[in-house]
Design a protein around this ligand. Structure first.
Ligand code: HC1
Ligand code: SF4
Length: 574
């Protein structure tokens, strides 16, 4: 332990703690634009300068470790003046476009400018002209607004190991963008949107598709059906002042009805369906000697990464589509038939925590399984929050409503898909039933939960050992894949039978389209919300969802049937 004083308050902190983190523990907020708890600090913006008693220099709190006996001053009029000047200098290089900016209202620079009462910028304006990069369907890069904090580059390289974004140029001329002047669509970008979730300003943001949904609602010819993803329900409340992890499923349904959609379904329903399809595929491979491990494929960024960089693993991928795409296909077939609505008159929208899902809907011709585009538009959680606000809805006072039938009901297994390890746990709950035809007494599998980047577990089912692995955050995947490849190339038993991969740290609860300010603390709270939703569910295993039983009986025949393959499975491209 190290003993320090911060603003004369004595405190004890662990050795190696930065002054920034120590101050936060003391309830003191030192402003930063470059530091983020997910990323290695690099002292770029200079806003976090502090004073150390007896020292002439002003160290940067984010990269300075506390030293025994030191006394730090984090705020005084002189430090405020320095910070104000730094903000003014950043503003002189920044376009003055707050009113139409993708981050207006949630911009960290805007907040600082407001807090420092900046009414005019005393430096000459010098904004570098640069076109917007709108080449992907997921995110928009506006380099003119870049403040060179480096968060996007660090998250792309450190957490995701993708390296689509790089520091280009030097010093004042540094820019953060794909190398060699490439567009994002030509770069290794996997569209996870973690850059947009970490950018403090409006330099990278989700593509806004709210107008597409509103136009569809306005069109009297269209029947608008919306599905909501598991992870949205534990995060959207944050946009309305609720704590991370607060479950607001019923309010989201109610809000969407008030916005004017015709039918509300839940992606959790088809998460249950995914378990039936993927589970059956797994049991098939296990019992008939197919390629193992089976690797999950519901994360489109992970699919994109695998197709680009690990095409040798394609045979390991589950052919099951993501729950979102299954739900879209069923909306325009099963539901359309039941309601006697021509499928071309159905507009199918999805609310997702994820920017990559905006691209998944056109990823492959299999995404048109109904004969139409199965999902017409994807809105992120952030976009839905804005829609609710612009619709004048008081979210917090909404009643809890239910989803529509028959593809709206879900089990606890469907809900936990949104947390890292959730797909695995849901599969384990149903796997035993698929292998033996009888129920297993165990419902929860604590051994696959948690936040370690790679987790492995051995589960015993019917006298057989099942080895499973979970990875989240793309940077954690490489070692796992290499272990699998090595066994494959040496002709050995695969080290695992079933592997879950999610591109985002924590899983979809921390997707690139979720409310801002995601840290591990927030991730853990949202994950706790997912498991609480599961805990309070009457039915907690996918195969026990009565609507899943019904859809097989009425429409899909059996898991893995020809019809199921036609609608619910996909192909991958090398
Ligand atoms: Fe996900 Fe999934 S869990 S991929 O993260 O399998 O986006 O929430 O909807 O499709 O169910 C995302 C979340 C989501 C799918 C499901
Ligand atoms: Fe999207 Fe979830 Fe994958 Fe993140 S982990 S890219 S939110 S599907």
């Amino acid at each position: 332990k190290i003993h320090i004083k911060i603003n004369q308050i004595p405190m004890e902190v662990e050795k190696g703690t930065s002054v920034l983190v120590a101050a936060k523990k003391a309830g003191i907020h030192i402003p930063t634009l470059c530091a983020h708890p997910d990323l290695t600090p690099w002292g770029a913006c200079g806003l976090c300068v502090v004073k150390v008693e007896g020292m002439p220099k002003l160290p940067r709190a984010c990269v300075t470790e506390v030293s025994e006996g030191a006394s730090y001053i984090t705020h005084d009029p002189e430090l405020n003046k320095i910070r104000r000047t730094i903000v003014e200098m950043i503003l002189s290089n920044h376009p003055n476009e707050c009113l139409t900016c993708g981050r207006s209202g949630s911009c960290e620079l805007q907040t600082l400018a407001a807090n420092f009462s900046i009414r005019e910028v005393p430096f000459e304006s010098n904004v570098t002209e640069h076109p917007k990069d709108e080449s992907t369907l997921s995110i928009v890069l506006d380099p003119r607004k870049c403040i060179k904090c480096g968060r996007c580059v660090l998250v792309c390289q450190q957490l995701q190991d993708v390296w689509a974004l790089e520091f280009i140029g030097r010093g004042d001329h540094t820019e953060m963008m794909p190398a060699a002047g490439a567009l994002l669509s030509e770069s290794p970008c996997i569209k996870c949107g973690q850059c947009s979730a970490h950018c403090p300003v409006g330099a990278i943001y989700e593509r806004d598709d709210t107008k597409k949904l509103l136009d569809a609602i306005l069109d009297p010819e269209l029947h608008v059906a919306v599905q909501i993803a598991p992870a949205v329900r534990v995060a959207i409340g944050e946009a309305f002042g609720l704590e991370p992890g607060t479950i607001t499923t019923g309010k989201i349904y109610a809000a969407l009805r008030r916005i004017g959609v015709d039918a509300i379904f839940d992606t959790n329903f088809s998460a249950d369906l995914t378990i039936m399809e993927e589970g059956t595929e797994f049991v098939d491979r296990l019992t008939k000697g197919g390629v193992l491990p089976l690797i999950t494929s519901c994360c489109p960024s992970w699919v994109d990464y695998m197709e680009k960089y690990c095409a040798d693993m394609i045979p390991n991928f589950s052919t099951a589509k993501s729950p979102m795409m299954m739900q879209g296909a069923l909306t325009k077939t099963y539901y359309a038939d039941k309601k006697e609505i021509p499928k071309e008159k159905i507009f199918s929208a999805a609310i997702m925590p994820c920017t990559s899902k905006k691209f998944e809907i056109v990823r492959h011709k299999d995404m048109y399984a109904s004969g139409q585009q199965d999902v017409d538009v994807v809105l992120t959680t952030r976009e839905l929050a804005r829609l609710i606000k612009q619709s004048g809805i008081d979210f917090l006072s909404l009643p809890d409503e239910g989803a529509d039938s028959p593809i709206g009901a879900y089990t606890g297994a469907g809900t936990i898909f949104g947390a890292t390890g959730g797909v695995m746990e849901a599969a384990l709950r149903t796997g035993y039933f698929l292998v033996t035809g009888s129920e297993y007494e165990k419902i929860t599998f604590e051994e696959v939960r948690g936040m370690d980047g790679i987790r492995t577990a051995s589960i015993h089912i019917d006298g057989k050992e099942l080895r499973v692995a979970i990875a989240h955050g793309v940077a954690n995947v490489r070692d796992l894949l290499n272990e699998i490849r090595q066994a494959r190339d040496e002709g050995k038993e695969p080290p695992y039978h079933f592997v879950e991969v999610m591109a985002c740290r924590g899983g979809c609860i921390a997707g690139g389209g979720q409310p801002y300010n995601t840290t591990d603390e927030v991730r853990n709270a949202r994950i706790a919300g997912m498991y609480a939703d599961d805990q309070q569910s009457e039915i907690r295993c996918s195969h026990k969802n009565p609507f899943i039983e019904e859809i097989y009986k009425e429409f899909l025949e059996t898991p893995g049937s020809g019809k199921a393959h036609e609608l619910l499975h996909t192909h991958y491209q090398h």
